[in-house]
Design a protein around this ligand. Structure first.
Ligand SMILES: [Zn+2]
Length: 388
């Protein structure tokens, strides 16, 4: 009798886990990554035609790997998957990895004592190693994206200038080709071990931000408690990134870290997803001085599509951040940094760029400027700055 009860109990637990993985995980995903404009989107003809004329559109930030979606399948929730990138004429998407995120996450002060991602990876029935190790979480996300690329002839991970050039050739033949690389949001996934920088590089990580929402072993977050500069370990990580040619992403870094990085490297620094103080003053956004530092380094400013970056849930607020950045440093440093699937409410998913293009036209951006912001700046940056 007891044996039967135990078997029944075990079956119930297994069924419960399946329900969580296949149903609740998708519900959670859909709930955290909404859009505020409903489909079907109403595009103007001129914006659709202009998007069609662009040969390279790219986006420097999405957190889609945090969720359980199969990237090769189309979904009717969340923001990004390969079919929707293809439909939206997006040639390149950076996939960034979130490995730890505090409870009660806020813009001003978060400590490192809590973590919402642990519950998420358990709920998604990820390998047990990922329940306890931040590095294992990063590795799992890298491997999942690589598997998606291995199973899709039109989707490639790009690791070098040569691979990027090959990708551009393939895309000339067929616009269904989508390229990507991986980035890390926060160096806590290194678990304090400098050798893990090389390991992440080997797994395909080409962009790396020292901190996310809380201070870590590398230094202070813009939203942390102390907001310090780089620690000695953080400086070693930047040196290792310089050696490997990894792109330095200062999104979420404290102002002190930004200054520290600029003083120790000659390479360009970028923000993969941000707003600007000029239109939305905030801890996470860039001051005019920081915009100048990025421009002087030859970097890029990826303008985010979400309220924390632009202070409003409107497309106009995204375009306002672009206009302001153009005024301070010029249009050649601006790119897209949507933060798709980053637990944010965005205007549209990966298929909705004509809505942004229309607003840019209405606000006086020329077609050439739109071409630069939508992807040409990013393309030139990769041709110059990806590792050989
Ligand atoms: Zn972020």
């Amino acid at each position: 009798m007891i044996k039967k009860i135990l078997i029944a109990l075990a079956l119930l637990i297994i069924i419960g886990i399946c329900v969580v993985v296949f149903y609740v995980a998708d519900q959670v995903d859909a709930g955290f990554n909404p859009t505020y404009i409903e489909k079907p989107y109403s595009f103007t003809e001129r914006s659709v035609k202009l998007l069609e004329r662009l040969d390279f559109v790219g986006d420097m930030h999405c957190d889609a790997m945090m969720w359980q979606r199969n990237m090769n399948k189309r979904h009717n929730f969340g923001h990004v998957d390969i079919p929707r990138l293809q439909e939206g004429n997006i040639a390149f998407q950076a996939f960034t990895m979130v490995t730890k995120s505090p409870d009660g996450l806020n813009n001003d002060t978060n400590d490192a004592n809590s973590d919402r991602i642990t519950g998420l990876v358990i709920g998604q029935a990820k390998p047990i190693s990922t329940w306890f190790s931040l590095f294992a979480r990063a590795k799992n996300q890298c491997n999942r994206l690589r598997r998606a690329a291995n199973n899709n002839e039109f989707f490639s991970l790009i690791g070098s200038k040569g691979e990027f050039e090959q990708f551009l050739e393939k895309r000339k033949q067929n616009r269904k080709h989508v390229g990507a690389f991986l980035g890390a949001e926060g160096g806590h996934c290194l678990e304090g071990n400098i050798e893990n920088v090389q390991k992440l590089f080997d797994l395909g990580v080409r962009m790396f931000g020292p901190t996310h929402f809380f201070d870590n072993e590398l230094g202070g977050s813009a939203h942390g408690v102390k907001k310090d500069g780089l620690t000695p370990f953080g400086k070693n990580v930047i040196r290792e990134m310089d050696r490997l040619g990894m792109i330095i992403d200062i999104s979420h870094s404290s102002s002190k870290i930004i200054k520290d990085i600029v003083s120790m490297t000659d390479r360009p620094i970028i923000t993969s997803h941000t707003g600007v103080d000029g239109t939305c003053p905030s801890n996470r956004n860039l001051s005019d001085e920081e915009l100048q530092l990025i421009a002087q380094s030859g970097g890029l400013v990826g303008i985010g599509f979400f309220e924390l970056a632009t202070c409003a849930n409107t497309i106009q607020s995204i375009v306002d951040a672009m206009l302001y950045t153009k005024k301070i440093i010029g249009v050649e440093y601006i790119c897209l940094g949507s933060d798709f699937d980053g637990t944010v409410n965005t205007p549209f998913d990966a298929t909705g760029l004509p809505l942004l293009i229309e607003s840019m036209l209405e606000n006086g951006f020329t077609e050439e400027e739109i071409r630069l912001i939508m992807g040409e700046n990013l393309k030139q940056f990769f041709l110059k700055n990806l590792p050989d």
